[in-house]
Write a protein of this length. Structure first.
Length: 177
């Protein structure tokens, strides 16, 4: 399974591609950041993010895109920018028919470190270890994107089984009604 992880942000949008299956060693295919100038008009920034993500999709051909689910923060402006960048990533993937999964920050931290309250340094250290890298990817947005991809690879099989069980239950329920 090849997954593009996206850590959305208007100034720095982390992107990372990981390949592998749950229970086996994973391989980093690529990592980086799509950057936009903070003084640029919002529309131009979103367009730059779209173009950057499209390049990553063209180059790495992921089977899935995992995006960090936007969560409430005290700074509404930050939340809005994150949500807008997230929507661009989802749009790019959906336009190509690539399934999109949303993962919360605590879900990603728990999957990668074992603790949903891990800090950025702990996430970076575990990403480095899990992908057998020489050093943590910089900036942290890049490491977070890889963590999203790892989380999806590890959690997708269980999520798929759960979705299949729910669908089967609904089918059986419909037959007995």
């Amino acid at each position: 399974m090849r997954v593009l992880g996206v850590d959305p942000g208007l100034t720095r949008c982390g992107v990372g591609v990981v390949e592998g299956v749950a229970g086996r060693p994973l391989t980093m295919i690529g990592v980086g950041v799509v950057r936009t100038p903070s003084d640029a008009e919002l529309g131009h920034r979103l367009l730059a993010i779209e173009q950057g993500i499209e390049r990553w999709l063209d180059e790495h051909r992921p089977e899935y895109v995992a995006v960090e689910r936007v969560f409430a923060q005290h700074n509404v402006r930050t939340v809005m920018g994150t949500a807008q960048a997230s929507a661009v990533a989802m749009l790019c993937a959906s336009r190509r028919g690539i399934p999109v999964a949303l993962h919360t920050p605590s879900e990603v931290k728990a999957a990668v470190t074992g603790s949903g309250r891990a800090d950025k340094a702990q996430v970076g250290a575990m990403v480095t270890r899990l992908l057998r890298l020489d050093a943590p990817p910089k900036p942290a947005d890049a490491a977070d994107a890889l963590a999203l991809a790892i989380c999806h690879i590890w959690r997708a099989p269980a999520q798929n089984r759960l979705q299949q069980a729910v669908a089967a239950h609904r089918t059986l329920k419909g037959r007995t009604a």
